[in-house]
Design a protein around this ligand. Structure first.
Ligand SMILES: [Zn+2]
Length: 246
């Protein structure tokens, strides 16, 4: 029997049989399915390693092409997420998006690092939740293709006090060039500056700025629309998070 040691975070847990769990685990080299046998028994070991969001060093046994959890040590449980419904539901959306973006093993290391950092930010109450969401979405969009520069109107180059963003085409236009402003997201100078700041900085610096709540909401609407337009899909858990906040 082959044994393997991996550092992984649980993206999904499903009950299986009476006392087992089937885990989707993101490692640096890709997603794997791990069966955690007997973890729900009163005597079961490894329960602390078999919950959603838990990051640990896992010892896995490989039998007939399947991974079984043999043991391991907890690195981070992200426990504070379980004490706040909004943060919990956003963290769940992060895991769904991460799972989608790490189908290709080559992207797993980047996505694992991004997810771990953003879950860590979500555990910090002093960091605004919309800011964490915007930074996560912007970095996902940038990594999986493209994040706009927001330097001026895409049609004439001008910058007016109010600008308009059209998510489908990822196009920023000024008041004069915007034809049907009803379909556009209106963005002010604060939001544009924040979008440029996030685009220009690494993850740890990108979450370090303050802005009023209303502009932060707009910021996170823009980053979400960029990501969803780019991937050509929406995420159920992200829609659920938005419903919670209306
Ligand atoms: Zn223009």
């Amino acid at each position: 029997m082959e044994t393997k040691i991996v550092k992984g975070i649980v993206l999904r847990e499903a009950e299986y049989r009476e006392s087992d769990k089937i885990l989707t685990v993101l490692t640096e080299s890709g997603k794997i399915i791990v069966t955690a046998r007997g973890v729900k028994k009163p005597t079961g070991k490894n329960l602390s390693l078999s919950s959603l969001f838990v990051y640990s060093e896992m010892t896995l046994n490989l039998q007939n092409g399947k991974y079984y959890l043999a043991g391991g040590s907890l690195i981070e449980s992200f426990y504070p997420l379980r004490e706040d419904l909004e943060r919990l539901s956003l963290a769940t959306a992060f895991t769904e998006i991460t799972s989608y973006l790490s189908e290709n093993g080559e992207d797993a290391a980047f996505m694992q690092k991004l997810l771990l950092n953003c879950l860590y930010f979500l555990c910090k109450k002093e960091i605004n939740i919309d800011l964490v969401k915007a930074v996560f979405e912007a970095k996902c969009a940038e990594y999986s293709g493209f994040f706009p520069e927001f330097e001026g109107c895409d049609l004439c180059g001008e910058m007016t006090e109010k600008m308009y963003f059209e998510p489908e085409a990822c196009e920023l236009t000024c008041r004069r060039c915007a034809e049907d402003t009803n379909a556009f997201l209106q963005v002010n100078m604060n939001v544009l500056a924040a979008l440029r700041y996030i685009g220009a900085n690494g993850l740890l610096k990108a979450v370090k700025f303050t802005m009023n709540e209303r502009d932060l909401r707009t910021l996170s609407n823009v980053t979400e629309s960029i990501l969803c337009a780019q991937l050509g899909r929406r995420f159920e858990s992200l829609d659920y998070f938005k419903k919670l906040r209306i």
